[in-house]
Design a protein around this ligand. Structure first.
Ligand SMILES: [Zn+2]
Length: 112
């Protein structure tokens, strides 16, 4: 890991510690849009929402337009291959409100 990558990782960890779930919901994003847009393809759309997701606390309506959680666009999100190599990877279910261009919920299913 280079010095720059190490600093980036520390920054990310601090970010994770200082923000809680509702902060992300208020901000309207969990992950940078560059990373999200890479994953936001039709192949990554979750057609049948898993039970663990429906029962989770992040299965919420869009806070801006009140679009119901089952009507949001749910995708399989993963951070970049490089982030996994640097032991900073995260993957899970991410909901996007297409009306408001917000990320509404993120349930992490894998990380390293
Ligand atoms: Zn919305």
């Amino acid at each position: 890991m280079t010095e720059e990558e190490r600093k980036e990782k520390i920054k990310k960890l601090k970010h994770a510690v200082t923000l809680n779930y509702s902060d992300y919901v208020k901000m309207g994003w969990f992950w940078g849009w560059d990373a999200v847009n890479i994953c936001n393809t039709d192949e990554n759309v979750i057609k049948e929402l898993p039970e663990e997701l429906i029962k989770s606390k992040l299965f919420i309506a869009c806070p801006q337009c009140s679009c119901a959680p089952e009507k949001l666009r749910w995708i399989n999100f993963s951070t970049s291959g490089k982030s996994w190599e640097n032991l900073a990877g995260s993957a899970g279910y991410l909901s996007i409100c297409e009306n408001c261009k917000r990320q509404v919920g993120y349930l992490e299913t894998m990380y390293n």
